[in-house]
Design a protein around this ligand. Structure first.
Ligand code: PMP
Length: 431
């Protein structure tokens, strides 16, 4: 009853909070094809709050100078904003120091960096990289490329669908200990699957891997939005996420790494800013984090992580967090209930091991997911269709494409109801 005060009902107060939050994200009150936009493609990218939009425009006007290079005021301002954002990220994920926080161009770039540099240092012929069946392509392909160069191979933690023990679509961890053999050098896991929306028990996987001295990278592209992340408590060796999925700019990502590992692996790209001294024969590298930030970074985009993460924290704390959290719980149970219908197959059902985030991927019997998405678009609803960069997982489910509705904390139950109503209409039209 936290928000029932002064005669305002709990529901009324919650509605006010939701309206206040949504007013701060201008795209949410736009129209699409003549209808109010219902934006349910947040797993692909999020809409931006005014704080981020204003910040970007102000930075381009008043702080646009290259970072770390010059002795003039404008450049100092830009460097402070860039390094300030690094500190903001450090605090958001509870990294021990700013040296652990590398700016990249996105989750994909962060995973590629680790795959390339970690494997060139620590992985050799006959070694194994363990990935998950529910991985996004960007947590599969970089490992394949690096494993091929190192003469190593890839093994996969299966889903329960593969092993036949039901069809919740979650990882099957029963055989994990057996998979963690001596020659496994890295386990690349996903905190929340962008298909099933299931919250993987990453801490369990990390402690199993660490008990055998194996390093773990966590793909937090979806996890960073829907879970409070503490990299020290999680004890992951590397953690990757993208700014654009958590209300920040595109073309910016973060790689967190443990200091001893970041120091042990070679740089990824060579160029300006990542060096200490350069001669024609030899280069010594800058210390962390700049060792991994060759060239001019997306300094304005990276700096936008400060207002973006402020906004993310505002959404999850206090009475706002309470209101949005309870709305999200209702959305998840409403959607799972409505999708539990004959002719609809949902990929990813929660159970005692994996909770469900508000990401819903499914197929309707005999209807093409792309056709559904196009019809829904005409009704103002933006959802994703296709493989969602997870072809192996969809194939495991016996699908070649699917429809995905992914909610952010700023979405409402009312939007879920509109979605379900429009889906039923589209289904009737296409049947
Ligand atoms: N991993 C997961 C789980 C994702 O959902 C995504 C984006 N859909 C990525 C990685 C890749 O992120 P980006 O395209 O921002 O690099």
């Amino acid at each position: 009853m936290h928000f029932a005060q002064d005669g305002i009902t709990m529901e009324g107060k919650k509605e006010n909070i939701l309206a206040r939050v949504r007013q701060q994200v201008p795209a949410l009150s736009s129209k699409m094809n003549g209808e109010p936009l219902v934006y349910l493609d947040n797993a692909a990218t999020t809409q931006k709050p005014v704080q981020v939009l204003d910040f970007l425009s102000d930075a381009l006007k008043n702080r646009n100078a290259n970072v770390h290079r010059s002795m003039y005021e404008l450049s100092d301002r830009s460097t402070s904003a860039y390094e300030g954002a690094r500190e903001r990220v450090r605090r958001f994920i509870n990294a021990p120091s700013r040296e652990n926080v590398i700016f990249t161009s996105g989750t994909t770039a962060s995973v590629n960096l680790v795959a390339s540099c970690f494997c060139s240092k620590f992985v050799g012929k006959g070694d194994v990289i363990l990935i998950e069946a529910d991985s996004h392509h960007s947590n599969i392909v970089p490992w394949q490329l690096a494993a091929e160069r190192a003469g190593a191979s890839i093994k996969v933690i299966p889903t329960d669908v593969m092993t036949g023990s039901g069809r919740s679509g979650r990882l099957d961890l029963e055989g994990l200990d057996g998979l963690l053999s001596d020659n496994v050098k890295m386990v690349a896991v996903t905190q929340i699957s962008n298909i099933t929306g299931l919250r993987n028990p990453v801490s369990q996987i990390i402690s199993a891997a660490h008990s055998k001295g194996i390093a773990v990278l966590v793909d937090g592209a979806q996890g960073i939005v829907h879970e409070k992340v503490d990299v020290q408590a999680m004890d992951c060796d590397f953690y990757a996420f993208s700014a654009h999925k958590i209300y920040g700019a595109t073309g910016v990502g973060v790689l967190y790494g443990k200091k001893e590992l970041l120091e042990a692996i070679p740089p990824y790209m060579g160029g300006g800013d990542m060096v200490e001294t350069v001669t024609y024969d030899k280069t010594t590298y800058a210390s962390l984090p700049l060792k991994f930030e060759a060239g001019t970074p997306n300094f304005i985009g990276a700096a936008s992580l400060t207002p973006a993460l402020d906004f993310a924290e505002y959404l999850r704390n206090g009475e706002v967090g309470e209101a949005l959290g309870s709305e999200e719980e209702r959305i998840v149970s409403y959607m799972m209930d409505k999708l539990d219908t004959p002719g609809i197959e949902v990929y990813g059902k929660p159970d005692s091991i994996c909770g469900k985030s508000p990401i819903f991927t499914f197929n309707i019997e005999s209807i093409n997911a792309g056709d559904l998405a196009q019809l829904l678009d005409k009704m103002g609803i933006a959802v994703r269709s296709g493989m969602m960069c997870a072809e192996p997982l969809l194939n495991t489910f016996g699908a070649v494409s699917a429809l995905r509705a992914s909610f952010a904390p700023y979405n409402t139950l009312e939007e879920a109801e509109t979605f379900v109503r429009c889906l039923e209409r589209a289904r009737t039209m296409l049947s």
